[in-house]
Design a protein around this ligand. Structure first.
Ligand code: UD1
Ligand code: CA
Length: 467
C-alpha cells in the first residue's frame, strides 16, 4: 500500500518585514490569502496537511474555516522554522512512514508539478531529503545551497551566518522540501540555535542529514518566480502581478480575447468563455461569468455578475451582483447596482443607474436616468432624465412600467406607481397616480403663451420711472 503523502505548512511567523499587524500569510494576493495558494497546491497533490500556526493563530485558523481536512499545530513561541517543523511533526500522531513535504506558507506561486517532481526525485535517489533551489540574480537574504566538490548538496547556510565567499553563491534555498519522515523525525530533535538569529533553523537539518551519510538532492527550478517568498509589500505586489499574468495567460490559451492583458485583473472564481472579449483596464471579480461573444471594457468593473452571450459593456461601467442578458448593451458610464436584470437586447445608456431593477427584453433607458426597485416590461422606452422616486425617507416602493410603455423625458415617477401597457407619459411629468394601459399621463403645469409680451416689456423699461 502506498504511504500517505504528508505536508507541514509553516504559517506561524509574524512577517516583521511586511510592517503590518496582519500575519504575513493572511496578506492577500489577487483577493486571496497567500496561505491559501499553498494549501491549494497541497490539495492538488493530495497531501494530508498540518498547518503550523502561531502569530495570531486564531485568525489564520479562521481564514481556513471553509477548507476541510486540515490539522493545526500551534507553535508558541516561534523559535524558527526548525522548531515549527518539530511542532508540526508532533501533530502527526502516528510515525510518518512516508514522505513529508515541508513548505513555507509565503510561497504562493508554487506549482503542484514542482512538488510532484520533488517527490519523485526523493524516491528515485533513495535520499533522506530533496529540496527546491533556484539560481537567484540577487540572492539577498535567501539561504545559500552549499555543494561539495563532487557537486552533491552538503548543507544550507543562512545569509546572516554566511561567509563572504558563501554569500557569492547564487543557488538559493526556496524553503520547499520533501523529507523521509523517519529520518526527519530522528534528526530534527538534535537541532541547536547557536546561530546569528538564535533560532532553530530547518535548514540545518540538511547538513545534519549529510553528516549522517544521508543523501540530499536539490531540484533546481528553471522559473525562480515560482519559488518567490513574500517578505515585503513590494514582493507581495510583484507576486500578485504574476498571479494575474498566469490567469490571463490561461484565458488567452483558452481562446478568450484580452486587450492589453497586463492591465486586466480577473479573479480566480471568474469564468470567461472562449470568444469573449475583455478590453483594457477592466476588472472582473467574484463569481462573474462572461459568455462567448460578449465584450466588456475598457475601464469596467464587473463583480459577481453574469454577462450573457453577445452583450456589450461599453467604457467605464460598474456592474455588481446583476445579470445582463444576451445582446444587451450597457454604458458608457452606467452603474448597475445589485439585483438588477437587463434582459435580452435591452439597452442601458450613458449616466444611467439601475438598482434592483428589471429592464425587459428590448427596452431602452438610453440617457441620464435613475431606475430603482422598478420592474419594466418588454419594449418600453424610458426617456432621458427619467427618475423613479422609490424612497420617501422611510420606505422603498416599487414602480411598474408595463410592456411597450413610453415614458417621456424628464419624468418623475413617484412610487408606488404603475404605468400600464402601451401608455404614454408626457415629458416633464410628475406622475403620482397609476396610468392605465393605453392612456396618456400628463402631470405638469399647462404652458401658456402671452403674445407680444417681450416688446411690451422692453417699452416699459424705456419709460422714466418713479415720477
Ligand atoms: C527561509 C529559509 C531560507 C530560504 C527562505 C526562502 C530558514 C532558516 N531559512 O528564510 O533558507 O532561502 O526561507 O524564502 O528556514 N515560520 C514559522 N515559525 C517560525 C519562523 C517561521 O512558522 O518560527 C514560517 C513563516 O511564517 C514563513 C516560513 O516559516 O511562512 C518561512 O519563514 P521566514 O521567516 O519567511 O524565513 P526566511 O527568513 O525567508
Ligand atoms: Ca520567507
Amino acid at each position: 500500500m502506498a504511504s500517505v503523502l504528508r505536508a507541514i505548512v509553516l504559517a506561524a511567523g509574524k512577517g516583521t518585514r511586511m510592517n503590518s499587524a496582519r500575519p504575513k500569510v493572511l496578506h492577500e494576493a489577487a483577493g486571496r490569502p497567500l496561505l491559501h495558494y499553498v494549501l491549494d497546491v497541497c490539495a492538488e497533490v493530495e497531501a494530508a496537511v498540518v498547518v503550523v500556526v502561531g502569530h495570531q493563530a486564531d485568525s489564520v485558523r479562521e481564514s481556513c474555516a471553509q477548507r476541510l481536512g486540515l490539522t493545526f499545530a500551534v507553535q508558541e513561541p516561534q523559535l524558527g522554522t526548525g522548531h515549527a517543523v518539530q511542532v508540526g511533526l508532533h501533530a502527526i500522531a502516528e510515525e510518518p512512514d512516508g514522505p513529508v513535504l515541508v513548505l513555507a506558507g509565503d510561497v504562493p506561486l508554487l506549482r503542484a508539478s514542482t512538488l510532484r517532481a520533488l517527490c519523485s526525485l526523493l524516491q528515485t535517489s533513495g535520499g533522506a531529503a530533496a529540496l527546491v533551489s533556484f539560481k537567484a540574480t540577487s540572492p539577498g537574504s535567501y539561504g545559500r545551497v552549499i555543494r561539495g566538490s563532487d557537486g552533491h548538496v552538503t548543507g544550507i547556510v543562512e545569509a546572516k551566518d554566511a561567509t563572504r565567499e558563501q554569500l557569492r553563491i547564487d543557488e538559493v534555498n526556496a524553503s520547499l522540501y520533501v523529507f523521509d519522515g523517519h529520518k526527519l523525525r530522528s534528526t530534527i530533535q538534535n537541532l541547536r540555535s547557536d546561530n546569528a538569529q538564535g533560532e532553530f533553523y530547518l535548514t540545518d537539518v540538511i547538513g545534519m542529514l549529510v553528516a549522517k551519510s544521508e543523501r540530499v538532492e536539490a531540484l533546481i527550478i528553471e522559473d525562480p518566480v515560482e519559488a518567490a517568498g513574500v517578505n515585503t509589500t513590494q514582493e507581495l505586489a510583484a507576486v500578485e502581478r504574476q498571479i494575474h499574468a498566469r490567469r490571463t495567460d490561461r484565458l488567452l490559451a483558452g481562446g478568450v480575447l484580452l486587450e492589453r492583458p497586463d492591465t486586466i485583473l480577473i479573479g480566480p472564481q471568474v469564468q470567461v468563455a472562449a470568444g469573449a472579449r475583455i478590453r483594457a483596464f477592466t476588472i472582473l471579480e467574484g463569481g462573474t461569468r462572461i459568455d462567448s461573444g460578449a465584450s466588456v471594457g475598457p475601464y469596467c468593473r464587473v463583480e459577481n455578475s453574469e454577462i450573457a452571450a453577445g452583450a456589450t459593456i461599453l467604457d467605464s461601467c460598474l456592474i455588481r451582483d446583476s445579470r445582463v442578458g444576451p445582446r444587451a448593451t450597457i454604458g458608457p458610464f452606467a452603474h448597475v447596482r445589485p439585483e438588477s436584470v437587463v434582459e435580452e437586447g435591452a439597452k442601458v445608456g450613458n449616466f444611467v443607474e439601475l438598482k434592483k431593477t428589471r429592464l425587459g427584453a428590448g427596452s431602452k433607458a438610453p440617457h441620464l436616468s435613475y431606475l430603482g426597485d422598478a420592474t419594466i416590461g418588454a419594449k418600453a422606452n424610458i426617456g432621458a432624465g427619467t427618475i423613479t422616486c422609490n424612497y420617501d425617507g422611510v420606505v422603498k416602493s416599487p414602480t411598474t412600467i408595463e410592456d411597450g410603455a413610453f415614458v417621456g423625458s424628464n419624468s418623475i415617477l413617484v412610487a408606488p406607481v404603475t404605468i400600464g401597457r402601451g401608455a404614454y407619459i408626457a415629458a416633464g411629468s410628475v406622475i403620482t397616480k397609476d396610468v392605465p394601459a393605453d392612456a396618456l399621463g400628463v402631470g405638469r403645469a399647462r404652458q401658456e403663451n402671452k403674445p407680444g409680451w417681450a416688446s411690451r416689456r422692453s417699452k416699459k423699461r424705456q419709460e422714466p420711472s418713479g415720477t
